[in-house]
Ligand binder design. Sequence first.
Ligand code: NAD
Length: 432
Amino acid sequence: MKVGIIGTGYVGLPTGVGLAELGHEVVCIDAIKEKIADLKAGKITLFEDGLEDLFHKNAASGRLRFTSDMKEGVKDADIVILAVGTPSHPVTKEADMKYVHAAARELALHLTGYTVVANKSTVPVGTGDEVEKIIREVNPSADFDVVSLPEFLREGFAVHDFFNPDRIIVGANTEKASAAIKELYKPFGDKAHMLFVKRRSSETIKYASNAFLAMKIHYINEMANFCEKSGADVYEVAKGMGLDTRIGAKFLNPGPGYGGSCFPKDTNAMACMAKKYGVEMSLIETTIRRNDARKVEMAERILKAVDGKAKPKIAVLGLAFKGGTDDCRESPAMEIINALLKHDVTITAYDPKAMKTAEKLVGNRINYAADAYEAAKDADVLAVLTEWSDFKSLDLAKLKTLMKVPKIVDLRNLLNVNEAKRLGFDCQGIGR
Ligand code: NAD
């Protein structure tokens, strides 16, 4: 099939590469000309495990192309996928729909023949209707259907998740549109686990899923707080809980709070939608409030570890919102750093992949180190903020010789706490 993808970010690019690998002819469209110039020149614009090789392979085959010209990407497409951002509105916290609406207006002009417009952006209920209305207004003679096709990939695992989806949710209002989406994923065979639902149900499934996962993280974080006071070990508690198949073992890892480009904005958007419909969603509202507060509480833990020290030097390991990505949007690490910077501290940070993206957000308000050991040099405390597996194998004895004071605040419980204590570190983790 011929597929146009509008938006070449963390969703659009892996989706485009994946669909090309399945054998489709894909054109990825982005409004940012520099991004397209890089992609055309064979330079990948974001880090995802396993993406680069597939990107080069499919670009070389001619099945994967890039353009900033909407007409070029849309005119012959059987399916046009919307994968533009839907950030939180800075004031209302609703999903800001300006990119989706603008893309709908632009693509409408170039539709030829029957086209399915499939929305992968995470959007409020009723957006399918709005997009349909916009396209109809701009191009009354267009032959199209609008489908909700929410994306569930996890950053850091985008390629894996594209090829191994738990489920593909399709909200289509016509048989013809459902058939086109079936055709798109036909190469998956039985692996596709497709669920066809009403368009409004599909839009809701995405928010309901993300809000539920955010609540699960918040729940285990509160349990971790409880374990710290009660003498239990949150890992033993989580393991015992997770063996119950009704609960499940995933998303029971305590940490500094959830972040990233999705959970914070999607929980806020869900709460706003509920208010609009006059429905109380107290669990989601409490989760949002307490998760925001948790980042400040985590910064306070780090400050407490250097209590009394003038101008303490803090070594930070990890800037990305989670391991395996260079994405720092709403990263707990960045929020903790911002809270720390309200005090008279010096921060030196290291992240295996996210230094450049972090620098765009905090600039020279912190120092950047070439590796974890350089970050730790002369530090009064070392704070682990992102769960990069590379940090697990750090040489703790070497770290100790480099640091001024052997103190660790490990907000991801990543380092070997017994080994650290044996070496004489004052080592604090989460929930035990
Ligand atoms: P992103 O910011 O990484 O990428 C969006 C891209 O769209 C940008 O490159 C931007 O330049 C481009 N764009 C915006 N308007 C355009 C237009 N009119 N024409 C052409 N290009 C345009 O965003 P993302 O992280 O890929 O997220 C996209 C959507 O997918 C969001 O709604 C998000 O909530 C959802 N989502 C994201 C993830 C994730 O892990 N990032 C997972 C599931 C769903």
